[in-house]
Design a protein around this ligand. Structure first.
Ligand SMILES: Cc1cc2nc3c(=O)[nH]c(=O)nc-3n(C[C@H](O)[C@H](O)[C@H](O)COP(=O)(O)OP(=O)(O)OC[C@H]3O[C@@H](n4cnc5c(N)ncnc54)[C@H](O)[C@@H]3O)c2cc1C
Length: 421
């Protein structure tokens, strides 16, 4: 299997451990109840993960993590991903919120919030998106004014997973309206019980149900300065750091979702008969399987490469993480659709879980930065890398037969021709 070449023996063992957890500890009943919105947040699931020391695998052991590299966490994410987006996100959230606390939090914040988070005793949520928009992150209008050691927070955030379910939120606020976009945002930790915090609305979602996605309102919420994570007006740096787990958890989880749908379809095609033979004997079916597994393996390899780039601190990590988020989530969407086509009409019903996977996977192309925003980042980084490469390779242009015809290499309007000699 591809994992044998990508993972160490220890990482393969972790993958097997998580696979076992997912098989034994998570009931189909929970998944169904969440999809029916009968469970609004899977708190017991997170607690069970904490009990097995499976939350925030990358973080220091002294805070309750396992001190593992990204490659291990991605392997675990794939296994949890087979459960769908809502449970995958519940697994990934301590990795995202935990990153802010682990990298920028004070020792006191780590004791009070990070440790219980990794035990599954506290549930967290992150609030970036506002009704006015999610892509334009630095345009945040939720205002936090600092006076006499207290922030007063006013504003609202939208589409917050675990708005219902979380004990605390990390909330990006505008703390200096006159400042430049990257110099006016701060990150505050706001406990749900603070007066003025309100979960206003729970969304009726196409998929990813049961994750408590809602709108949060902050009405003059008093937050002590000790709840500031990192420096005042230094939220941009935390945002940049948090975007790595945001996007890699999306990428890693989507590998599992694609795999789950494909497994259902492949097993079905080995049993279902048409025209007197198994449908897998038709190229129209089996070549879809070939396309799907090839895309999935490519997504796995790219996601693992992204994780290794982050761990190695490579300057290209930002681009490759964005590529992995885009490619793995698009792959999950494609593979789930191929799976439905393979299964045919019954795949469109809730007799099989592929329709749920399709409902789930459309979200992962949108959240944690839409795939259009990923494209924005990817091209930007690549132009910069190539055009500013201090040690460029061979100048391929010179290999053309007529490479010396410089007059023919026109890049813009030449005044000589338009205005005459
Ligand atoms: C179920 C669900 C759960 C979510 N969970 C969370 C959460 O826990 N916490 C959180 O903070 N947010 C969360 N989100 C929000 C999510 O991250 C945003 O929806 C997403 O970032 C897009 O923001 P938007 O919906 O405001 O769309 P907009 O930013 O309004 O974008 C609309 C469209 O315009 C495109 N677009 C915008 N700007 C550009 C550009 N410069 N170039 C090209 N295209 C562009 C976008 O790609 C998109 O197609 C969640 C969303 C959903 C639906």
């Amino acid at each position: 299997m591809l994992q044998d070449i990508l993972l160490t023996p220890e990482e393969i063992a972790l993958k097997a451990e998580v696979r076992e957890f997912v098989k034994r500890e998570v009931s189909s009943d929970l998944i169904r109840k969440m999809d029916r919105d009968e469970v609004t947040y899977p708190r017991e699931f997170v607690k069970a993960l904490g009990n097995h020391n499976l939350l925030g695998l990358r973080f220091d052991k002294k805070y309750g993590g396992r001190g593992l590299p990204w490659s291990a966490e991605i392997a675990a994410l794939e296994e949890v991903g087979v459960l769908g987006t809502a449970l995958g996100c519940a697994f990934g959230m301590p990795s995202i919120v935990g990153q802010a606390l682990h990298s920028f939090g004070t020792e006191e914040q780590k004791e009070k919030f990070l440790k219980p988070l990794l035990k599954g005793e506290l549930i967290s949520a992150e609030a970036l998106t506002e009704p006015r928009g999610g892509s334009d992150f630095f345009g945040a209008t939720t205002r936090a004014e600092l006076k006499d050691g207290w922030f007063t927070v006013k504003g609202q955030k939208r589409f917050v997973v675990a708005a219902d379910g979380a004990d605390f939120f990390i909330v990006y606020c505008n703390t200096d309206p006159a400042g430049k976009p990257r110099e006016r945002i701060s990150l505050l930790l706001i406990e749900k019980e603070r007066p003025g915090v309100e979960v206003k609305y729970l969304y009726k979602l196409l998929g990813t149900r049961g994750g408590g996605t809602g709108r949060l309102i902050f009405k003059d919420v008093k937050v002590p300065v000790e709840n500031l994570i990192g420096g005042l007006n230094e939220g941009a740096l935390i945002f940049d750091t948090m975007m790595v787990p945001e996007r890699l958890t999306s990428a890693g989880g989507s590998l599992g979702m694609a795999r789950a749908a494909l497994e259902v379809a492949v097993r079905y095609s080995d049993r279902r008969k048409a025209f007197g033979q198994k449908i897998r004997n038709f190229e129209g079916v089996s070549f879809k399987v070939a396309d799907a597994i090839t895309q999935l393996d490519a997504a796995r390899a790219l996601t693992q490469a992204a994780g290794k780039s982050v761990d190695a601190g490579l300057p290209t990590a930002r681009r490759i993480v964005s590529e992995a988020k885009k490619f793995a989530t698009d792959t999950a969407w494609n593979v789930c659709n191929l799976a439905m086509q393979i299964v045919g009409g019954i795949g469109y019903t809730n007799v099989f879980p592929i329709e749920k996977m399709i409902r789930d996977t459309h979200l992962i192309q949108i959240w944690t930065g839409t795939n259009e925003i990923m494209n924005l980042l990817i091209q930007h980084e690549y132009y910069r890398e190539l055009l500013k490469d201090p040690n460029p390779g061979r100048m391929i242009e010179a290999d053309a037969e007529e490479a010396a015809q410089n007059d023919e290499k026109v890049y813009e309007d030449d005044e000589m021709w338009t205005k005459g000699w």
